[in-house]
Design a protein around this ligand. Structure first.
Ligand code: ADP
Ligand code: MG
Length: 728
């Protein structure tokens, strides 16, 4: 007999905050101390090696073997000073999270003794036995080896005793098997497409950079309560659980005082993050009880995404140190908010210009409008694809529900930018676009008010919102690798910018002035986006659903169908044009996505069936026996009372009979459906069948939650929502 729920809850409640070892120095002093950054490169590499490595990082020059050896030597010296004994390529396969394969520095020396070695070859490449990573059939089992290749643009870092080398994961025939490779391709595509446009405004621009600022939402649950919930352990979410009497209706959690055990956890994560060079900036309570958020200062997208993956690992481990388990699932609890990961996305130049923010003068503003409008055009054209980029079994719970984001990708511009676009359509194409307040208001100008930059209105129901100097793609799930969404967005934007540039070039060739040529090219695009993708109303409303359908936006809600958008001929052609995915890669990745979807639902369905049979029904039936015994004693001892109130008590007994029988029946039916689905060959068809199974879990849960309401509190075997959500 295990511990009673009551005891587990009491123990969890009594826990105190773990003391955090605060460093003596300021964060700015130890920031990046576990990262082989430029400062370390300068200290640990000779001048020539340093020059060649930075040239490789900044300008993409290839590294020769000798330089790689020199780099490895310097890294090794630095790492050993930090007590490092192992190296590992650190990569992002198509599973959740990251993968590592550790090799020690240890080798036999010439004289037979042991030495530490690390050379350019092991820095540049590793061959993990990768046959069991998802690959969608790209690597046949007989050719099981993919390889990992060092990504010099993301710095090497130390994790415990291991030197981690951020790497790409590629098959022997060159196909991407990970998230990083396509992301890097997409950064190149965006640069290739955006640079020629920027140079029309300033010929000295050398590079266009994609910036990402993620906001990571998460839940913390006490680890003892977690351990008493097989559903949380195996699926990351509660498959059962009646709503607590209080949840988030008082709005008293959002931005509330951070509970002390949680504050200690956050402090520890931040210290670890700073040492890893992650510029964590914001921490706060989120809307739901026991839900929190953490966000860094934005940075270059590839590095920012690596840092998000790193911090997710840090958070997972640190949570345990503080007696919590970290939940990154998008919807761990029904009836309250789920967790997302807003991707704040923008472009900028190496000359320091933010392309998603108003400029300094009329031409700067025109450049901003050019990029702004083309991003929206890309989101409009590929709205199905953007939805596909965030569609997973776990994020599906947010998509359908009445919370951000709805399963329709629209864009919110705010009043200022909507007005600016309307005005641009009305005025002649050579009208200067000014920022009011700087140049003064004069007639015939399109003005962007100066305060606008930090004063954008908010629409929390929009999946893609403009917020003054960036777009926020809010539909990304909390457990996702941001690269999935960012790569797709970059691809769409790059493709649209190319199209725009070719249309513009035609006008310029006919002798149009630059500003007039640009506005004339933009105007039909502006008219179209205002009609279709831009929506400032309530994204959750029924009317919007109907309106979006009328506008031709994708309103599909089934994840397996959403994912299919990647294989639409338009998508395949676009990804080929931009050089981001080949058709073969797209097919393979979709196989992986459907397969992952199927497996996730399959696991949930199994856990649900077993918990219903092994936990729920026995608990309800033993309570039912108590009631029956009581009734029978009542009948013997107090026949009169039994005659008057016994019938009412009998109702509960009958209700339990009905519910347990119905749960058994529905679980059996669900198991039968699974058997049928499991023999389907096609991953797509199988995922579709599992989508139906996912739907059939909903009524089973409802029955169990009703049982929770009527069963003796002491007899209920699982920690309840009020305990999971309010103990911290
Ligand atoms: P909010 O909750 O208002 O969205 P947060 O401070 O939680 O604000 O998160 C905003 C995120 O957006 C931060 O990571 C921030 O660094 C990032 N960000 C700000 N400006 C840009 C930009 N131009 N490009 C990309 N990300 C940005
Ligand atoms: Mg935000």
């Amino acid at each position: 007999m295990g511990k009673l729920r009551f005891d587990v809850v009491q123990d969890a409640f009594k826990k105190k905050a773990v003391k955090v070892e605060m460093p003596q120095a300021r964060p700015s002093d130890y920031f990046g101390e576990l990262v082989f950054n430029r400062e370390k490169m300068r200290r640990y590499l000779d001048a020539k090696t340093f020059r060649e490595l930075t040239d490789c990082i900044d300008n993409g020059r290839p590294l020769d073997r000798k330089t790689a050896d020199g780099v490895a030597q310097g890294m090794k010296t630095w790492a050993i000073e930090h007590g490092v004994t192992h190296i590992s390529h650190w990569f992002q396969p198509l599973t959740e999270g990251t993968a590592e394969k550790h090799d020690s520095f240890l080798e036999y020396g010439r004289d037979g003794g042991m030495i530490e070695t690390f050379d350019g070859k092991s820095l540049a490449q590793q061959e993990p036995d990768a046959s069991s990573f998802p690959n969608g059939g790209i690597r046949a089992t007989f050719e099981a080896r993919g390889y990992t290749a060092w990504d010099p643009t993301s710095p090497v870092f130390i994790q415990d005793d291991t030197l981690c080398i951020p790497s790409l994961f590629i098959s022997y025939t060159g196909e991407a098997l990970d998230y990083k490779t396509p992301l890097k391709r997409s950064l190149k595509a965006v640069n290739d497409a955006a640079l020629p446009i920027c140079r029309l405004f300033d010929p000295s621009v050398g590079k266009v950079i994609n910036f990402l600022g993620w906001e990571q939402e998460y839940f913390l649950v006490d680890e003892d309560l977690f351990a008493a919930r097989p559903d949380l352990m195996l699926t990351g979410r509660t498959l059962f659980g009646h709503e607590a009497s209080k949840n988030q209706q008082l709005d008293d959690h959002y931005f509330g005082a951070i509970p002390s055990r949680v504050a200690a956890f956050m402090r520890d994560v931040e210290i670890a993050g700073y040492r890893l060079g992650i510029p964590l900036k914001t921490r706060h309570n989120e809307a739901a009880p026991n839900q929190f958020e953490m966000a860094p200062i934005y940075g270059e997208a590839n590095l920012a995404n690596d840092q998000n993956q790193m911090i997710m690992n840090v958070m997972k481990n640190m949570a345990r140190k503080h007696g919590f388990v970290l939940l990154l699932h998008e919807k761990p609890f029904a009836g309250i908010n789920g967790s997302g990961k807003h991707n704040n996305w923008s472009l900028g130049t190496d000359t320091g210009v933010q392309l998603m923010a108003p400029g300094k003068d009329a031409m700067g503003n025109l450049q901003f409008i050019t990029f702004f409008v083309n991003v929206l055009a890309a989101v409009q054209k590929y709205n199905s694809l953007l939805k596909a980029s965030i569609a997973t079994a776990t994020n599906a719970h947010r998509l359908g529900a009445n919370e951000a984001p709805p399963a329709i990708v629209s864009a919110f511009l705010g009043k200022t930018m909507t007005d600016v676009l309307h005005k641009l359509l009305e005025l002649p194409s050579d009208t200067p676009i000014e920022i009011a307040g700087k140049t003064g208001a004069s007639l015939g100008l399109v003005e962007i008010p100066e305060i606008f930059i930090d004063n954008t209105d908010r629409n929390r129901t929009s999946p893609f919102a403009f917020t003054g100097n960036r777009f926020e793609f809010r539909a990304v799930g909390s457990s996702a690798n941001c690269a999935g969404a960012v790569t797709t967005l970059n691809a769409a934007v790059a493709d649209q910018l190319k199209l725009f540039k070719s249309q513009l070039d035609e006008r310029l060739a006919q002798g149009a002035a630059l500003n007039v040529g640009i506005m004339d090219t933009l105007k039909p695009i502006i008219a179209s986006i205002l009609d279709v993708i831009c929506f400032d109303g309530n994204g959750y409303s029924e009317e919007w659903h109907r309106e979006a359908e009328r506008r031709g936006l994708d309103t599909e809600t089934s994840v397996p169908e959403m994912i299919a958008a990647y294989l639409h001929p338009d998508s395949v052609a676009m990804f080929a044009r931009t050089g981001i995915y080949t058709a073969k890669e797209l097919e393979a990745r979709n196989e992986v996505k459907w397969n992952t979807y199927t497996k996730k639902i399959q696991i949930e369905a199994r856990v649900m069936g077993r918990m219903a049979t092994n936990h729920i029904i026995p608990a309800a039936e033993s309570y039912q026996s108590v009631l029956l015994r009581n009734l029978s004693l009542m009948k013997d001892v107090m026949p009169d009372e039994f005659a008057s109130v016994g019938a009412a008590n009998l109702d509960t007994v009958r209700r339990i009979s009905f519910l347990t029988a119905e749960i058994r029946r529905q679980v059996d039916a669900m198991v039968e459906e699974r058997k049928k689905a499991n023999v389907i060959e096609s991953e797509y068809e199988k995922a579709r069948a599992y989508h139906e199974i996912a739907e059939s879990l909903v009524p089973i849960r409802r029955l169990v939650d009703e049982l929770e309401e009527i069963t003796d509190n002491d007899a209920w075997p699982l920690p309840k929502y009020r305990e999971l959500l309010f103990i911290n």
